[in-house]
Design a protein around this ligand. Structure first.
Ligand SMILES: Nc1ncnc2c1ncn2[C@@H]1O[C@H](COP(=O)(O)OP(=O)(O)O)[C@@H](O)[C@H]1O
Ligand SMILES: [Mg+2]
Length: 317
């Protein structure tokens, strides 16, 4: 796994505002990194530094090992930056809008036609070629913003609050698009001030607060930090005549060396495993071996709200 985006103790001061304080970050190729923090935390500042628009006051920012403030012209082809506001090109048609940016990237002729077709197809805007940019819904506008930053086929996409203000349907479509981009091998950095909005499409996250990175790691690291043991919810087909009830199953599991605690949780029960246990499936094999019929057996996904509260404890007023 190679590191594709790296920040080393990056600082940014705007006159009297200390916007970033010794921010470290590393994102591996192919990752989707969720950059989460409340308004004013320093997300946009970080993205602008990575996209060569701002210089850090101290520290280094690297994309593919290249220093973004020393060699911006080498970094620009590698990144696609989508700012939080789309900009004012309202009087253009979708096709013209993309032609304009393709020209700015010096993509010409047949190649330009091909590239525009490709990004329109990818973002599912093929039917909107001749629509006015201003007539697009928020969701379509965001997809057009993505189409634009995909024109030059960058390795790294830096998306500032792309899901803000999207309705639930548009958010699902956006998530699908992110997954597709990941399958294409793109690396993504996606910022948001709302946890639930991007948490589930990212495999790694970082939480920034008042210019400090409070935590960064994989979703699994986060879970371990917040909740040392796995939690599993279980539901069985109860067959009281055969002695197979939830209460009975809990009784059996109580003595299991992997189990730390148990509690009823309608309609079944919940098992907390000991921190050293990484594989809960042993328990389901055990239950099935005793004749229990399992309707549901699932590790609980880590709840990002819980993570956020845990990590930012005492920092957010
Ligand atoms: N051009 C600027 N001049 C002065 N202060 C700024 C400027 N841009 C951002 N800031 C300040 O820097 C801090 C971080 O802002 P920003 O990076 O936009 O945060 P976020 O994107 O997480 O909301 C905030 O306190 C903001 O007010
Ligand atoms: Mg911002």
């Amino acid at each position: 796994m190679s590191v594709i985006v790296q920040l080393d103790r990056v600082e940014k001061r705007y006159k009297d505002v200390h916007a970033l304080r010794a921010v470290d970050l590393s994102i591996n190729e192919g990752d989707a990194f969720g950059f989460i923090g409340p308004n004013g935390a320093g997300k946009t500042t970080t993205l602008k530094i990575l996209s060569t628009l701002l210089r850090p006051s101290a520290g280094r920012a690297l994309v593919c090992g290249i220093d973004v403030s020393r060699r911006p012209d080498e970094v620009k082809p590698l990144i696609g930056y989508m700012p939080d506001v789309l900009g004012v090109y309202d009087d253009m048609l979708v096709q013209e809008y993309l032609e304009f940016f393709a020209a700015a990237y010096r993509i010409h002729g047949e190649k330009r036609r091909q590239v525009i077709d490709t990004v329109l197809e990818l973002t599912d805007l093929g039917g909107k070629r001749d629509a006015q940019v201003r007539s697009l819904s928020r969701g379509m506008g965001q997809r057009l913003g993505l189409a634009r930053v995909l024109l030059h086929d960058p390795k790294v996409l830096l998306l500032d609050e792309p899901a803000a203000g999207l309705d639930p349907r548009a958010r699902i479509e956006f998530k699908e698009l992110v997954l597709q981009l990941r399958r294409m091998g793109k690396t993504l950095l996606i910022s948001s001030h709302i946890l639930g909005e991007i948490g589930m499409m990212c495999n790694t996250i970082g939480i920034i607060e008042q210019g400090r990175m409070l935590f960064a790691g994989t979703i699994e690291d986060v879970r371990k930090k917040v909740r040392p043991g796995l939690r599993v919810t279980v539901r069985l087909r109860e067959e009281p005549e055969k002695g197979r009830t939830h209460a009975e199953a809990m009784e059996i599991l109580r003595g299991h060396p992997m189990v730390e605690a148990l509690k009823p949780s309608e309609p079944g029960f919940e098992v907390l495993l000991r921190p050293e246990c990484e594989d809960a499936s042993v328990l389901s094999v055990d239950l099935a071996g005793r004749g229990f019929r399992i309707l549901h057996f699932a590790e609980q996904a880590v709840d990002l709200e819980e993570v956020f509260l845990h990590v930012t404890k005492g920092v957010v007023s």
